[in-house]
Design a protein around this ligand. Structure first.
Ligand code: FAD
Length: 342
């Protein structure tokens, strides 16, 4: 457990949080970035990494993952400290005007200002409603894979019909001992090239397509998974012998701990002053999808503008007594990081 310090804590490493790091950096404010996910990118990386986006200014077309990569590079000169796989659990305003930010790993960060760029809140996997599933979660029932090799030698049931399910069934074919893809329809909602690769893998016996079936039950002793029972529309069941269920039914958002921080909320968003993005609590700003103000559009580009306004508004808190002269980036360039982050 450590007590850390940072000028600014950015909650959320989605596209808007990453751009907030850049905007703060341009004004010589160092950032610590906290995200409960294991990787930066927010919705872009978690929900649609390979989809092209067409409404980012100056990019006629850019995939979500390339956008996140560019934003990460743009923020890099300001040496942000990333705390990934960690949830912000609490914000406590201090008597000195600072804010104590508590993290789920027990660490605390003292900051002069906080930027909440938490999108829709916590992105959590949709769990299939199977009795006793919680007993197997972690080792036998999983909702994501970071490396196919982690499932080497296992008998894996992949469940789902979208891009993630199809892509992971393809990636695991030839790595896992056995791959069975369960979907309630015979048709998959994935990019045609991925579906073609899946059909090829099925034809070669590297993936077994279990369609049209749905998950029905888990068989095991509550510790070790033995089989996954699936059922079709006629009520016919099959037991698929497996030691791993990879359930890929998308992610949903929940405001999570943010709802407990005493901020003024409106329909699962944080109410802010449009000109500054400051919330109802001094020194705490909200930008991007989570910010609510009249006419708010939940778009990446409006989030970028939010981040610029919040950074300028918080400058006097972080650098008291210094006058902020508005300057274009063409004049100042990218200023060097001249202070040590703790
Ligand atoms: P997010 O991207 O949601 O990131 C928020 C981050 O905060 C998440 O990583 C989350 O884990 C983290 N977080 C939340 N709570 C906590 C906590 N307590 N502690 C730690 N971390 C926390 N927008 C466009 O402009 N153009 C498009 O074409 C477009 N297409 C889209 C297509 C799809 C399929 C979807 C789902 C969205 C699309 N969007 C598009 C919307 C766009 O993705 C969002 O507007 C954008 O991601 C919002 O960015 P953000 O940084 O505000 O939040």
């Amino acid at each position: 457990m450590s007590n850390l310090k940072s000028d600014v804590v950015v909650i959320g490493a989605g596209p808007v949080g990453l751009f907030a790091v850049f905007q703060c950096g341009m004004l010589k404010m160092r950032c610590a970035v906290v995200d409960m996910l294991d990787a930066a990118g927010g919705q872009c990386m978690a929900l649609y990494p390979e989809k092209p986006i067409y409404d980012i200014p100056a990019y006629p077309r850019i995939t979500a993952s390339d956008l996140v990569e560019s934003l990460t590079q743009q923020a890099a000169p300001f040496a942000p400290t990333y705390h990934l796989g960690v949830t912000v659990t609490q914000l406590i305003p201090g008597a000195d005007g600072g804010i104590e930010v508590s993290l789920s790993n027990g660490n605390k960060i003292d900051a002069r200002a906080v930027v909440i760029a938490a999108g829709g809140g916590a992105l959590q996997p949709n769990r299939p409603p199977l009795e006793g599933i919680e007993c197997y979660e972690g080792r036998h029932v999983i909702y994501k894979v970071t490396q196919a090799n982690a499932l080497k030698g296992r008998r894996v049931v992949v469940a789902g019909g979208g891009d993630s399910a199809v892509d992971w069934a393809n990636a695991l074919a030839g790595v896992a001992d056995k791959v069975m893809l369960v979907h309630r329809r015979a048709k998959f909602r994935a990019t045609p090239a991925s579906v073609d690769a899946l059909m090829q893998a099925a034809a070669e016996g590297r993936v077994e397509l279990v369609t049209p079936y749905q998950l029905h039950a888990l068989q095991g002793d509550g510790k070790e998974l033995k089989a996954v029972t699936v059922v079709n529309e006629k009520g016919e069941t099959r037991d698929l012998e497996a030691d791993t269920l990879l359930a890929l039914f998308g992610l949903s958002t929940q405001l999570g701990p943010i709802a407990e921080w005493g901020l003024q909320l409106h329909e699962q968003q944080i109410v802010v002053r449009p000109a500054t993005c400051e919330t109802s609590l001094p020194g705490i700003y909200a930008v991007g999808d989570i910010a609510a103000y009249p006419g708010k559009l939940k778009l990446i580009l409006t989030g970028f503008a939010d981040a610029a306004m919040a950074a300028h508004a918080m400058f006097p808190r972080v650098h008291p007594g210094q006058v902020l002269h508005f300057e274009h980036s063409t004049n100042v360039g990218v200023p060097p990081v001249d202070r040590q982050a703790v």
